[in-house]
Write a protein that binds this ligand. Structure first.
Ligand SMILES: NC(=O)c1ccc[n+]([C@@H]2O[C@H](COP(=O)([O-])OP(=O)(O)OC[C@H]3O[C@@H](n4cnc5c(N)ncnc54)[C@H](OP(=O)(O)O)[C@@H]3O)[C@@H](O)[C@H]2O)c1
Length: 491
């Protein structure tokens, strides 16, 4: 871990954007409120939008910058103190002169000496990652000499298939070593996802039953009851498989299926994730269903179909829904389907993992009630929770069985604020802990699973199955689930 008391500069490219304003700066503020910054730090935002530092600070202040960790009456004071550490430079992304102004801001307003540690956060659309990095290099940022370290943070999507991802890795690799590169999949920073390894490896009871002998299938679902929300330009280029399944859902598969690492050291954690991802053969076209929502009505409101949304090209075959079945070909998991589904415009907003155990053999309660197999639910959102379904005697004079839940709801169980994923991840970048970031070989393994099927869908121009906005998804997804033994878990 790095000494976090050394002076630190954070340079945010794309500071005018949605992610920076809604996630990055609020997370940095939360860390500030918890005393996680060195005494001497400065944050320089830059983007093309023309505004002064004062206007940028005004733009940041407000409902997004809420002091969650301090008494509310100190909030405005904390905000004011934090904002003093922020400056803004307006510059095109390919201008070394503009970038030098960022350096001047760090030296001037920030009071730095050029020797401090630096984090470069590339919060820009992916096609700009390399351009911004080249401009940083041309402006002399990346060859400073001296003792301060440089780290770069990049957001997914990392490419749109194996080849483009490799190209991006190689491009960034000309300027940053792998151990300086922090690829964010913000799901890994979520409290419940971080708990997966604790649940598995800090409790004895799960280990003996965590395999093909006891587990029938695993369902991982990501559902959103929204449409594009103005993000057609981005979404139509990527679709749901690249936006959610290849990264967030696959990371959950890895954490559920991996072996125990040697230690929590980032190298060992990521080694195990890569190993299990490498045990998953490329997804077969037969094992995937893609869908696209059509107009529908939910709670009395009409929602347009995908093709009617503003900015969507005519006849687009972008997938707004995908259901897929992955197979982990190793001793622990062979024969256990990992069924993934992700979709927009559905009838619920939730992300959860459900581990379905096998039925009890030799049921001695025949006739008492239908026996439900045990099921472990790990809910990421909307309400973080872990629930375990057990069969129980219904209190009474005779033996009647009913299902009951051992329920750990985070909101009621823990009297603590649950940090936002970006708070955890940014603190890890500052401290130099890479366990929750995607290593390049992990990225390669993830793309190897999805690239062939993505190319096949595109080559054959396979039309997504229509489903009505506000429904549970296309009929064919239900058929896919049935082929693997059971309907999708209810929400
Ligand atoms: N928003 C999210 O919740 C989210 C979640 C996961 C990952 N990400 C990733 O995080 C990064 C930033 O996300 P974001 O939502 O903040 O993106 P964004 O708002 O589309 O872009 C960020 C900034 O980049 C500049 N920009 C946008 N399009 C540009 C273009 N065509 N040419 C030049 N500059 C352009 C804009 O600033 P100027 O015009 O001022 O230069 C914009 O404010 C992206 O890589 C995205 O994929 C975002």
């Amino acid at each position: 871990m790095t000494d976090t008391q050394e002076p630190l500069s954070i340079i945010v490219a794309g500071a005018s954007g949605d992610l920076a304003v809604k996630k990055i700066f609020p997370a940095l503020f939360a860390l500030y409120c918890q005393g996680r910054f060195p005494e001497k730090f400065h944050i320089a935002g830059f983007a093309r939008t023309d505004m002064s530092s004062a206007t940028f600070r005004e733009h940041l202040a407000g409902p997004n910058l809420v002091c969650r960790y301090g008494p509310c009456d100190h909030c405005s004071g904390k905000q004011e103190a934090f904002l003093k550490h922020i400056s803004y430079v307006s510059s095109p992304y390919d201008s070394p002169e503009g970038m030098r102004k960022v350096n001047l801001a760090l030296l001037g307003e920030g009071g730095m000496d050029g020797q401090e540690n630096r984090i470069y956060y590339l919060s820009v659309p992916p096609f700009l990652f390399l351009q911004v990095t080249q401009t940083l290099a041309a402006a002399g940022f990346l060859a400073r000499g001296g003792s301060g370290w440089d780290r770069v943070v990049v957001e997914k999507p990392f490419g749109n298939d194996r080849a483009s991802s490799d190209e991006l890795t190689q491009g960034l690799g000309q300027f940053f070593e792998e151990d300086q590169t922090y690829r964010i999949d913000h799901y890994l920073g979520k409290e419940v996802i971080q708990n997966l390894m604790v649940l598995r490896f800090a409790n004895l009871i799960f280990d003996p039953i965590w395999d093909r002998a006891y587990i029938d299938h695993v369902d991982i679902s990501w559902m959103e009851d929204l449409g594009l929300e103005g993000r057609a330009g981005y979404f139509d280029r990527y679709g749901i498989i690249r936006d959610v399944m290849q990264n967030h859902l696959l990371q959950m598969v890895a954490l559920i299926a991996m072996e125990q690492p040697v230690s929590m050291d980032s190298k060992y954690v990521r080694d195990e994730k890569v190993k299990v991802l490498r045990s998953i053969p490329p997804l077969a076209l037969d094992d995937i269903v893609v869908g696209q929502y059509t107009a529908g009505e939910m709670k009395g409101k009409r929602y347009p179909g995908y093709l009617e949304e503003h900015g969507v090209p005519e006849g687009s075959i972008a997938d707004t829904y995908a259901a897929a079945v992955l197979h982990v070909r190793n001793r622990r998991w062979d024969g256990v389907p990992f069924r993934l589904r992700a979709g927009k415009g559905l009838n619920a907003r939730m992300t959860e993992i459900r581990i379905h155990f096998r039925s009890v053999p030799g049921n001695i309660f025949d006739g008492a009630a239908a026996m439900q197999p045990n099921e472990l639910t790990i809910r990421v959102q909307p309400d973080a929770a872990i629930a375990f379904r057990i069969m129980n005697k219904v209190p009474g004079l005779q033996i009647d069985l009913g299902e009951s839940f051992l329920d750990l709801n985070y909101a009621s169980a823990f009297n603590a604020k649950i940090p936002d994923a970006y708070e955890c991840l940014l603190l890890d970048v500052i401290e130099g802990d890479r366990a929750l970031f995607i290593r390049s070989d992990e990225l390669e393994a993830a793309w190897d699973i999805f690239t062939p099927v993505l190319h096949e869908l595109e080559r054959q121009r396979i039309k997504p199955e229509p489903y009505v906005f506000g429904s549970s998804g296309p009929e064919k997804a239900k058929q896919l689930a049935a082929r693997y033994g059971a309907s999708w878990s209810a929400q």
